[in-house]
Design a protein around this ligand. Structure first.
Ligand code: PBG
Length: 328
C-alpha cells in the first residue's frame, strides 16, 4: 500500500493529533543545570563567552537552586572555582572546598530533596597547571600520570559525597577511576552513592567556553592524551563497557550534538541510564546565533534538546535548563 492510500500528513493536521503520535518527550525533570561556585558572598560574575551563565558565590547558588527547583528541573551539576590552586588539587578534596561548602548550604536549603545534587569529580579546576590529573616530567615534556591521580580522584569523590553530593560524576578520563572511586566510597561507608561516569568524553573544541567559566584551561599542552579522539565510536563503546564493569551506575556522554551517534550506539548496547551533556560550546554557539537574530531562540532550544533525547539520552545536562523548563 502506498500513496494515495498512505498519507502521512493525516496525523500532522493539528496539534492534538501531533501530540498523540509524538514519539519523544522532553520534561523539565529530565534536565540537569550546571552551576559554577566561587568564593565570596553576593557574587554573580557573568561569564563572557556564555551569556546567561555566572560564577556564583554559595549564597547566590542557593537562590539559583531554589528557582531551578521551583521550575521542576531534575538536578544540579556542581563545579568549583577554588581561591587557590596547587599541584595536588587540594581544593578538590579538602573538607572546606568550595563545592563541599556549596553542597552543605544546598542541603540546608528548600531546594534539597527536590533537586538531585551531582558533583563533578575532576582535578582540572584545582590544579595549578589545569590538567585533570597529576603531572610528571617525562624527558623534555610533561605527562599526566594516571595511577597517582586515581587516589586524589577517589579522595575528592568521598569528600564531595560526605558533604552531601547525591551522585558523583568523574569527568577526568583517567583509566581505572571508576573502580578507584567505588572502592574509595565503599571504604568510608558511602556504599549508596551512585557514580555517573563521563564514560565517553571526547577531546573537544566545544569545551572552550567552559574553560573560561571554570578557569580550567590547561597551562600547557592539551587534553588529547586522556580525552577521547573524536573519530572513535568503537573505542567509546569500550570505555563504556569498562566503566560499567568497574561499577558505574550511569553513564554520561559528551559533547552531545556532534556525537549523537555515540549516544544512540550506547543506548542500543546498554540498559543503564544514559545522560548527555550539551556542552558550553553548543550553548554558546546557539546564544551567538540568537543574539544575531539568526535562529528562533525558543524553538531552537527545545529542538536541540529533543534531538538529544531522541538519540537515546534519558537526561540532559544543559545550561538552557531554566530557559527550557520555562518554555515547557
Ligand atoms: C572537567 C570538565 C570539563 C567539562 C565538564 N567537566 C572541561 C574539560 O574537560 O576541559 C566541559 C563542559 C562544558 O564544556 O560545558 N574536566
Amino acid at each position: 500500500m502506498s500513496f494515495p492510500v498512505q498519507r502521512l500528513r493525516r496525523l500532522r493536521r493539528n496539534e492534538s493529533l501531533r501530540a498523540l503520535v509524538r514519539e519523544t518527550t522532553l520534561d523539565p525533570g529530565d534536565l540537569i543545570y550546571p552551576l559554577f561556585l566561587c568564593p565570596g558572598e553576593g557574587i554573580r560574575h557573568a561569564v563572557g563567552s556564555m551569556p546567561g551563565v555566572f560564577n556564583l558565590s554559595v549564597d547566590e547558588a542557593v537562590r539559583e537552586a531554589e528557582e531551578a527547583a521551583s521550575l521542576g528541573i531534575g538536578g544540579l551539576l556542581l563545579f568549583g572555582l577554588p581561591d587557590t590552586k596547587d599541584e595536588q588539587a587540594s581544593g578538590a578534596w579538602k573538607d572546606d572546598g568550595i563545592v563541599q561548602q556549596g553542597l552543605r548550604a544546598l542541603k540546608q536549603s528548600s531546594a534539597a530533596g527536590k533537586l538531585v545534587l551531582i558533583a563533578d569529580v575532576c582535578l582540572c579546576e584545582y590544579t595549578s597547571h589545569g590538567h585533570c590529573g597529576i603531572v610528571v616530567k617525562s624527558g623534555d615534556s610533561y605527562e599526566v600520570d594516571n595511577d597517582p591521580s586515581l587516589e586524589l580522584l577517589a579522595r575528592t569523590a568521598a569528600s564531595l559525597a560526605n558533604a552531601g553530593a547525591d551522585i558523583v560524576a568523574p569527568s577526568d578520563m583517567m583509566d581505572g577511576r571508576v573502580a578507584a572511586i567505588r572502592s574509595g566510597l565503599d571504604a568510608v561507608g558511602l556504599t549508596q552513592t551512585p557514580i555517573l561516569s563521563y564514560a565517553s568524553k571526547f577531546a573537544s573544541a566545544f569545551y572552550g567556553p567552559f574553560r573560561e567559566a571554570a578557569d580550567s584551561a590547561p597551562q600547557f599542552g592539551d587534553r588529547r592524551s586522556y580525552q577521547m579522539d573524536g573519530a572513535n565510536i568503537r573505542e567509546a563503546m569500550r570505555e563504556i563497557k569498562l566503566d560499567l564493569d568497574e561499577g558505574a551506575d550511569m553513564i554520561l556522554m559528551k559533547p552531545a550534538m556532534p556525537y549523537l551517534d555515540v549516544v544512540r550506539a550506547a543506548r542500543e548496547r546498554t540498559g543503564v541510564p544514559i545522560g548527555a551533556y550539551q556542552v558550553s560550546g553548543e550553548y554558546s554557539m546557539l546564544q551567538a546565533a540568537f543574539e544575531k537574530g539568526w535562529l528562533d531562540r525558543d524553538r531552537a532550544i527545545l529542538e536541540s534538546l529533543l534531538g538529544i533525547r531522541r538519540a537515546g539520552a534519558d537526561f540532559i545536562v544543559t545550561y538552557f535548563a531554566k530557559d527550557a523548563a520555562k518554555l515547557l
